[in-house]
Ligand binder design. Structure first.
Ligand code: GH3
Ligand code: MG
Ligand code: MG
Length: 418
């Protein structure tokens, strides 16, 4: 089996991540190969073709023969014709784009089928390790070593590593080569550590550079470990296991510290922290930012009439409605009691008004715990030179205005001259 995985790794260095998308490891693909459906076979062939193109292997239109049986319908039929022409003219750049397009509909259908089979959930719970190396033989070696205990993704260059590190599901650990043609590992590591999204992913350098100064540099820019080649497989496995355990413990602690236990939303402490950072970023880059403060109407009456426990359920359900109304980059926090905050990055006043109005309406139109629940909204756009407390106070004043004007409405805060 190891030899077969090795052959696969050599033949398709860029393919591990795609196999992950199919929700399977390489070995399970092989085990199931005899019963692969037509869809799976087609995606498999497309991936093979794409990786050959990416490697610059010589291909001509004859290489497409095996794809023909899968391309009898549109849009595959005409995409295949286009690809044949591009290969005929040796326009490999255009061919890569066409191959992507050719595979996309089937990939999506396949993903939907895998999701359906898994009951809509990703069943994979093993930690995810991203292996980054421009040499297929190194990837092969590490992937073969780790494949049974971890999900594996692979990048053959620094830029691809940054892309995969940001994409969901994010890696729990990155094994990073230093010498790579597009961007060296030191720079990749620095960029990972500078980004809010990837800063907490542990990075281990796995490299042939064995000088003490090189190791010092690697550790000084934020790597948790530095392994020189040739390495002992047992030691590599042990170090990886240690760092993954530490990462998981850190994640659990961070999660506990930044989440509100009742609703699972971010808590006030986290909001203050992240808002301070985002506000200085917004000032630096002259980007708009809005804050919406939300206070549930007559919530005391809910507790009084239905009990505290139903009150808690209402808060949980309201939080779910807010999350459903938010984008990934929005921060939705429980500020305290029955007060919530949306922090909207890159959002101008008009977009903020629309957002607040949509959230207000979706709450009004939901039947929360069988009750008609509404809230009052105060919106403030970050003013020139303003800090978090400033914008928060103005949003809070707008909430009071909304309350006094009859509740269940959005009020916009004036910008007070400084
Ligand atoms: P208004 O429309 O003016 O906002 O009226 P209100 O009743 O919502 O406001 P008030 O501030 O008088 O009451 C807020 C209530 O929220 C009082 C408090 O007991 C309740 N509350 C705060 N935190 C929790 C909680 O975690 N669970 C429950 N069930 N109730 C909470
Ligand atoms: Mg209140
Ligand atoms: Mg209230």
């Amino acid at each position: 089996m190891d030899t077969i995985i090795g052959v696969l790794a050599l033949d398709y260095p860029a393919e591990y991540s795609e196999l992950q998308v199919l929700g399977k490891g390489v070995s399970s693909i092989l085990q199931h190969h005899s019963v692969l459906g037509e869809l799976e076979e087609f995606v498999f062939l497309i991936d093979q073709l794409r990786s050959k193109l990416a490697r610059g292997d010589f291909l001509d239109s004859a290489d497409l023969i095996s794809l023909r049986p899968y391309c009898r319908q549109e849009p595959e039929g005409s995409l295949l014709d286009r690809l044949r022409e591009e290969l005929g003219q040796f326009d490999f750049e255009a061919a890569v784009v066409s191959v992507e397009k050719l595979g996309e509909p089937s990939r999506l259908r396949l993903q939907a089928r895998v999701d359906e089979r898994n009951g809509g959930k990703n069943m994979e719970t093993k930690p995810l390790v991203l292996i980054v190396d421009d040499a297929p033989s190194n990837i092969q070696l590490l992937a073969g070593l780790l494949n049974s205990s971890y999900q594996i993704k692979v990048a053959t260059g620094g830029l691809r590593c940054l892309e995969l590190a940001e994409a969901e599901p994010r890696p729990d650990l990155i094994l990073l080569d230093i010498q790579m043609p597009d961007m060296d590992g030191y720079e990749v590591c620095q960029r990972l550590k500078q980004s809010e999204i990837t800063e907490n992913i542990p990075v281990i350098f796995v490299t042939g550079k064995d000088q003490v100064e090189e190791e010092e540099l690697g550790l000084s820019i934020g790597a948790v470990d530095y392994i020189t080649k040739p390495f002992s497989p047992a030691i590599v496995e042990a170090r990886i296991a240690t760092h993954i355990t530490l990462k998981q413990q850190n994640d659990a602690l961070r999660n506990l510290a930044m989440r509100d236990q009742l609703t699972g939303l971010y808590n006030r402490h986290f909001l203050i922290d992240v808002a301070t950072k985002r506000i200085s970023h917004a000032h630096r880059h002259q980007q708009p930012l809005c804050l919406i403060m939300i206070d549930i109407d007559f919530f005391k009456a809910v507790n009084d009439q239905h009990g505290h426990s139903i009150g808690d359920d209402v808060l949980r359900d309201v939080a779910k409605i807010f999350v459903a109304q938010s984008r990934n980059e929005d921060v939705v926090a429980r500020f305290g009691g029955e007060e919530f905050v949306f922090l909207l990055d890159g959002c101008d006043l008009q977009a903020g008004v629309n957002k607040a109005e949509n959230v207000r309406l979706s709450l009004e139109n939901s039947c929360v715990q069988g009750l008609a629940i509404t809230a009052s909204f105060g919106l403030a756009q970050l003013a020139h030179g303003e800090d978090f407390i400033g914008v928060l106070n103005r949003a809070d004043e707008a909430v009071y205005a909304a309350k006094s004007k009859g509740r269940n409405r959005v009020e916009v805060a004036e910008i007070t001259p400084s």
